[in-house]
Ligand binder design. Structure first.
Ligand code: GLC
Ligand code: CA
Length: 560
């Protein structure tokens, strides 16, 4: 299949137009505002931006309830503004990925309105109906505690309709070939407006069999292949990044044994175990998750993240491990959500401790995959727990110490800007951090820059090294006759380890530190004695800085 593997060594940045920057002063972010911040993003060094939904929507689930797939919500601008934006991003070498939300529509979508009003409408069968309330209506809710059921009675249709998510998000009957054809049309449309692909929302539900009779929903994986094919026939370098929080044994169903389905998936397995590693200062379960998610086609890539716009879902951890993470990072009930997760942003979870935030990011940037940064995390933004559900971590970007953090001139921002306290815009903002050489923002910029210079992570094979210390995690990547090695101390105390880089020959004698002057030479036994400060991390090149001279298209296996 035709392809361009740009995503194998990219840096993604996820943002919502609504809360990034308001240019016309109505309190709501817009494409004109986002355009003005493209140079900021370019300076940060990210190579792809993932935009959360911006299509026409009643906005009852931050746009994940779409009422017109072929338009920009007028609050954010016009289609013309959107194309100006994709053009300007392209000029700066930044690709644009957008959310593809096709598991369901808004209940205000004309398709649903017509479907419920007229049993003979061609749209009737675009949704999932049942005359009687199915016996399993009280199960399978995605938002337990908030969402009461998955089937709701519609008094106009006089039938129940199925909704995996909120009741205002009726599920599309994705098995209907007309719906499938429409989904392809939507993808084709946005490709034509200049995007490089999609973050596909809720993929396991999109491809699932649905309906009152689907007692045991089954995934129809072949749908993924046909979407991928369509996309690549239209534009060879476009990708789908799947949101699929699934068990490792089904990963290959999503990637496709021949790499013929999704190019990328978010690694939820690693995400949850990474937080466990940080909470318990123990890397062993993380190593297990890395090994379990290791098998994938050469062209496929993991998307790695710390926090996203949803809650930190801990549902895949064992009850004991989950409790440890809750106790460490979200002990109060108001910090928790849907009986499975934590709704806070990263910096407050880590008590604003720079050492721990850097450690978390350094891990994210060096684990196998492509890093995805959440807007605001590059300056260590906080959350507002007075806002309901997941909204608490979606407040406006804090640009400066001007009123409303420089997000808007309006005194009625679409969501409150975090004000006062340690995370208020007065202290935490991009302008201030630009001036401070040691700020989080400048740290992030440097780490992004370095990550791009270490393609071994995106392309190479990894091996987890034995440190004989459950608190110090070490791994090595090999690619094109070069090796890099990363060490992370998860402990709140300094640790000393003896490390064998596991490289034959002389190269392993020298570890060159990429981030400071603290290099390491092996002792007479070929081992490195490394003293790592509390929450410290090291990025090493094995053998020296002549790696670019040694890099070769041909794997020789000797001269590392
Ligand atoms: C995904 C999104 C989430 C949204 C849901 C329904 O899980 O990440 O934000 O609420 O789908 O579309
Ligand atoms: Ca605006």
């Amino acid at each position: 299949m035709i392809n361009d593997l740009w995503y194998k060594n990219a840096v993604f940045y996820c943002l919502s137009v609504e809360t990034y920057m308001d240019a016309n002063g109505d309190g709501i972010g817009d494409f004109a505002g986002l355009m003005r911040r493209l140079d900021y993003l370019h300076g940060l060094g990210v190579t792809a931006v993932w935009l959360m939904p911006f299509q026409t929507s009643p906005w009852r689930d931050s746009g994940y309830d779409i009422a017109d797939y072929y338009n920009v919500d007028s609050r954010f601008g016009t289609l013309g503004d959107f194309v100006e934006f994709t053009h300007a991003a392209k000029q700066r070498g930044i690709r644009v990925i957008i959310d593809l939300v096709v598991n369901h529509t808004s209940d205000e979508h004309p398709w649903f309105k017509e479907a419920r009003a007229d049993p003979s409408s061609r749209y009737r069968d675009w949704y999932i109906w049942s005359k009687k309330k199915p016996p399993n209506a009280q199960s399978g809710m995605v938002f337990p505690g908030v969402q009461k059921s998955t089937w709701t009675y519609d008094s106009v249709a006089r039938q129940y309709y199925f909704h995996r998510f909120y009741d205002f998000q009726p599920d599309l009957n994705t098995s209907n070939p007309h719906v499938h054809a429409e989904i392809l049309k939507i993808m084709g449309f946005w490709i034509q407006q200049g995007v490089s692909g999609f973050r596909m929302d809720a993929v396991p539900f999109v491809i699932s069999t649905k309906g009152a009779k689907a007692r045991k929903p089954a995934e129809q994986y072949d749908m993924l292949r046909s979407m991928r094919e369509f996309l690549q026939w239209r534009q060879g370098d476009s990708i789908i990044l799947a949101e699929a929080n699934v068990l490792p044994e089904t990963d290959m169903e999503y990637f496709g044994a021949d790499g013929d389905r999704m190019q990328m998936m978010f690694n939820f397995q690693v995400n949850q175990h990474l937080f466990y590693a940080l909470a318990a200062s123990d890397w062993r379960p993380l190593a297990k998750a890395l090994k379990a998610t290791k098998p994938r086609p050469a062209t496929a890539q993991w998307g790695l993240f710390l926090r996203n716009h949803d809650e930190l879902d801990l549902g895949r951890l064992s009850p004991e491990h989950r409790k440890i993470v809750f106790d460490a990072f979200g002990p109060d009930p108001e910090m928790q959500l849907y009986q499975r997760g934590i709704r806070r942003r990263l910096a407050p979870m880590l008590e604003g401790d720079r050492r721990r935030i850097e450690l978390a990011y350094s891990l994210m940037f060096t684990l196998p995959g492509t890093p995805v940064i959440r807007y605001g995390d590059e300056i260590g933004m906080g959350d507002d727990l007075s806002l309901r559900e997941r909204t608490c971590a979606r407040t406006p970007m804090q640009w400066s110490d001007e009123p409303r953090g420089g997000f808007t001139k309006s005194d009625k921002p679409v969501l409150p800007v975090i004000t006062g306290g340690p995370f208020g815009y007065e202290h935490v903002n991009a302008a201030k951090q630009r001036r401070d050489a040691n700020s989080m923002l400048n740290w992030t910029e440097r780490i992004v820059r370095m990550r791009k210079e270490v393609p071994e992570i995106g392309w190479g094979d990894f091996e987890i090294l034995q440190t004989r210390d459950t608190r110090v995690f070490a791994m090595r990547y090999d690619w094109r006759n070069n090796s890099v090695l990363f060490v992370h101390n998860l402990d709140s105390r300094p640790r000393e380890i003896y490390l064998d880089p596991g490289i034959p020959g002389d190269a392993g004698q020298l570890l060159v530190n990429l981030l400071s002057d603290d290099h390491s030479r092996a002792d007479e036994n070929g081992k490195h004695r490394l003293l790592i400060e509390a929450y410290g991390y090291r990025w090493y090149r094995v053998g020296g800085l002549d790696y670019l001279l040694r890099r070769s298209d041909v794997e020789s296996g000797v001269s590392r």
